[in-house]
Write a protein that binds this ligand. Structure first.
Ligand code: GLN
Length: 495
């Protein structure tokens, strides 16, 4: 029975529909796997009662012949999603004990389609980070290790718990969110598929906000087919999110033909960054060769403003975060600090925020308040917004020239060690997002796919960036790349 948690969504769907297995058995296998994996610290809450109840309901639906694609599929949910009656803390102490009275639109859609919630997944605090080390729950651990070493590695961030849980088969798939790379970088660090949809494709309602103009939720799955299936279930117009796009959601899975003949794939010159490891260069060149062999045309393209993306992101994202996080004041949600006698409301705000937020969140709130302040707004915030427009224009120009998708590395390195960046300048950590952050700035869809290994036996991923709203086409190219790369490795179980 414990083997069932290793299934893909599509594999489980076939077995469920053929009545070879039940959703209750499948769910139990995942619950057992999750309960036995404390060493990975991937889950921050287990919800076995909800899971069992939802699995029984799914079995009844399947028995009645009403089995949507996600029916009976056990999922882990990133702690950034509000789940009714279940602790939702964005891995922060400031939301200590917060149990929402409502369910996010995305999780509502997933439960309506019959999916099963196994629990909440660890992450960087308020999704700020690239290694899961800023979590109030402590870091999630990558199930992969370097060959011949038992050093603990990061699964990336901020969706690190989601990445670790999917890679270690502690669920069939997971939700993630991506503001600057938080789905794609962790997916690449653990050898799974992660999709950041076009901005507006998936509702942000009920997803705890980090930087609202950049945040998008997406699926983290064991393969590209599963990503297509799960994205369709998550996507769609929502009147409760004013930035949600009122566009039909295609059947993404039916677009996975593997036929990419005549597709034009752009290779952006500016992504060849100084000091890029040779193995990443090779991975990228190999990926381009695979697509060429499959009939695509590979063309050089230029995205000249790429080098300004990371600095502009680290002005805009903190600015929006400082505003979004102003609501955590000790009055409305979660934690309230204990006051000394004679202290009043100001001390209550100050103490609550000082005790409740971790260092990285405080750093971002301070940077955000600074760049938005009267004397500096034009010099930083307004200028960063202009840069953002230019970055978007770079992509518009490339796509207007007939390019269908852009191929880049997903990350500048393989997974690094827990604590390895502790004494480094924070900028070093921020560099993790150098290939992913442009995609958020331009609101485009992106997918990370595992395509190779580094010299230490760790997974490496490539990224495809699609045209706006063309997730189906992007996933089909990713599907072809997945077939050509043939990445099937799994971490050796040590936990
Ligand atoms: N690592 C980036 C940051 O720390 C991106 C995070 C994210 O995408 N949520 O801001």
């Amino acid at each position: 029975m414990s083997e069932l948690s290793k299934l893909t969504i599509s594999g489980a769907r076939a077995k469920l529909r053929a009545k070879e297995i039940t959703a209750v058995e499948l769910t139990q296998s995942c619950l057992d796997a999750a309960a036995g994996a404390d060493a990975l610290n991937a889950y921050c809450a287990h919800t076995p009662e909800i899971a069992t109840e939802q699995a029984k309901a799914a079995d009844a639906r399947i028995g009645a012949g009403d089995a949507p694609d996600m029916c009976g599929i056990p999922l882990g949910i990133k702690d950034l999603f509000c789940t009714k009656g279940v602790k939702s803390q964005a891995a922060s102490n400031i939301l200590d004990g917060f149990k929402p009275e409502y369910e996010s639109t995305i999780t509502t859609k997933l439960w309506d389609s019959g999916a099963v919630m196994l629990g909440k997944l660890n992450m960087d605090e308020f999704a700020m980070g690239s290694s899961n080390e800023t979590s109030a729950y402590g870091p999630a651990i990558n199930p992969w290790r370097r060959e011949g070493s038992d050093a603990k590695l990061t699964p990336g961030g901020s969706s690190g718990g989601s990445a670790a849980a999917v890679a270690a088969d502690l669920c069939l798939a997971a939700t993630g969110t991506d503001t600057g790379g938080s789905i794609r970088q962790p997916a690449a660090f653990v050898g799974i598929t992660g999709v950041k949809p076009t901005y507006g494709r998936c509702s942000r309602w009920g997803v705890i906000a980090f930087a609202s103009s950049l945040d998008q939720a997406g699926p983290m799955t064991k393969d590209v087919r599963d990503a297509a299936i799960m994205l369709e279930a998550m996507a769609g117009y929502d009147a409760k999110d004013s930035t949600s796009a009122n566009l039909p959601v295609p059947n993404f899975e039916s677009m996975l033909t593997g036929d990419i003949k005549g597709k034009k794939i752009g290779i952006p010159n500016e992504y060849r960054i100084d000091g890029m490891p040779a193995e990443i260069e090779k991975l990228w060149a190999d990926g381009a060769d695979m697509l060429r062999d499959a009939g695509a045309e590979i063309v050089d393209v230029s995205l000249p403003h790429t080098k300004y993306a990371l600095p502009a992101y680290y002005v805009l994202a903190p600015a929006e975060a400082s505003s979004n996080l102003a609501r955590y004041d000790g009055v409305r949600y979660g934690k309230r600090a204990t006051l000394q006698s004679g202290e009043g409301i100001n001390e209550m705000y100050e103490r609550t925020r000082a005790e409740g937020f971790g260092d990285e969140v405080k750093r971002r709130v301070m940077i955000g308040a600074y760049v938005l302040s009267a004397g500096f707004y034009d010099a930083y915030y307004r200028r960063a917004q202009r840069v953002r427009t230019l970055i978007k224009k770079d992509f518009d120009d490339v796509y207007a020239s007939g390019v269908d998708a852009i191929l880049t590395p997903a990350t500048p390195s393989a997974a690094f060690g827990i604590g390895e960046m502790k004494n480094a300048d924070p900028i070093k950590m921020y560099l993790n997002d150098v290939f992913t952050v442009t995609v958020n700035m331009a609101g485009l869809p992106g997918v990370a796919i595992p395509t190779g290994m580094d010299a230490n036996g760790l997974p490496l991923g490539l990224q495809l960036i699609g045209r706006p709203w063309e997730e189906g086409d992007m996933l089909n190219i990713a599907y072809r790349l997945e077939q050509s790369a043939g990445f099937v490795s799994k971490p050796n179980k040590w936990w």
